[in-house]
Write a protein that binds this ligand. Structure first.
Ligand code: PEP
Ligand code: MN
Length: 337
């Protein structure tokens, strides 16, 4: 059960509710986020919701049968929208493109990408400064200095930054320079990282684990929400299957399933999802049609020279065509709704 508490609830009113929950053998977890205070009740007993709902200090009460609670659509029918300021939003009602190189490579690379994005009316740039690489000898990113330079250039152009945070100790130093923290597929179940991101007032996008189920992704989001941060975005980025013809298998099924299960925005990453440049566009279009709220794309002025993931990275010119098609597809889909 989720109990939304009134903003001005007194301690004694809250204690009375907690006591009442104890009396029906429900454990209560208090969650304080940017948007409100909740009591998440965990228990099995069947009870009459009216017994609790009338208690002073309660704004609303919901029975949520899912095991994850706060991220469930069962209590929050309206979709969550992440507001990044100046009309840049992520979530239902707008189609978001986040694009940029796999890794942030240096000043020229940043400048060219920013110009390309601004020209194409794209306001969120992706790029890794801390790169999780399968081999320790591969390029592992420019680190905080790279992020600071990127931030300086992006701010001037009004571009927002989404970038991966790999460990707890990076959260604080990165804080002033990111607009969305990205949790990578290898860290989806790093519960310490998720807990700490719950204590930060900045949006977080969680990618689905390489071998993670849809429910596991939702539980990961529940970690962040229940620790106090409800500015959350989910990302389907492909899973590992027995198929070897593509890098991963973009699980398009996950998109409508997630949209039904959660009120959080759902982004698709066809670049990592298929891992083959020429097929990023059809999978991006398919993601739109499956109901994604946006896509994350790897683009580069010279993909063959990219420091990482060049094989799945799209040229700027091709990307421009893709943005047009994606926007048209989104409009078409909405015209059917
Ligand atoms: C990335 O977005 O660059 C990345 C490393 O993605 P993932 O965590 O999905 O592999
Ligand atoms: Mn990549």
């Amino acid at each position: 059960m989720i109990i939304q508490l009134n903003k001005d609830i007194s301690e004694s009113q809250k204690n009375a509710i907690i006591k009442k929950l104890e009396s029906i053998r429900y454990k209560s977890n208090e969650v304080r986020t940017q948007a409100g205070t909740y009591l998440v009740g965990i228990g099995k007993a069947v009870f009459d919701i009216r017994e609790i709902g009338h208690m002073p200090g309660i704004n609303d009460i919901h029975i949520v049968s899912d095991h994850y609670k706060l991220v469930s659509r069962k209590w929050k029918v309206n979709p969550s929208i992440i507001d990044l300021g100046d009309d840049v939003r992520v979530g239902e009602g707008q189609f978001t493109v986040m694009a940029g190189p796999c890794s942030i490579e240096g000043e020229e690379n940043i400048r060219l990408t920013i110009d390309h994005l601004a020209k194409n009316n794209i306001w969120i740039m992706r790029g890794g400064v801390y790169k999780p690489r399968s081999s320790p000898y591969s390029f592992r990113g420019l680190g905080l200095d790279g992020l600071k330079l990127w931030h300086k250039l992006a701010r001037k152009a009004g571009i927002r930054i989404i970038t991966e945070v790999m460990q707890v100790s990076q959260i604080e130093p990165m804080y002033d320079y990111v607009d969305i923290y990205q949790v990578g597929a290898r860290n989806t179940q790093n519960f310490n990282l998720l807990d700490e991101l719950g204590r930060v007032d900045k949006p977080v996008m969680i990618k689905r684990g390489i071998s993670g189920t849809i429910d596991e992704l939702l539980y990961s989001a529940e970690y962040v929400f229940s620790a106090g941060n409800e500015k959350l975005i989910l990302c389907e980025r492909g899973i590992r299957t027995y198929e070897t013809a593509s890098r991963n298998t973009l699980d398009l099924n996950a998109i409508p399933i997630l949209k039904e299960k959660t009120h959080l925005p759902v982004i698709a990453d066809p670049s990592h999802g298929i891992g083959i440049r020429d097929f990023v566009e059809p999978m991006a279009l398919a993601s739109v049609m499956a109901g994604a709220d946006g896509v994350m794309l790897e683009i580069h002025p010279e993909p063959e020279k990219a420091f990482s993931d060049g094989q799945q990275t799209v040229y700027f010119r091709e990307a421009e065509n893709m943005y047009e098609k994606l926007r048209k597809a989104y409009e078409l889909l909405n015209s059917w709704r």
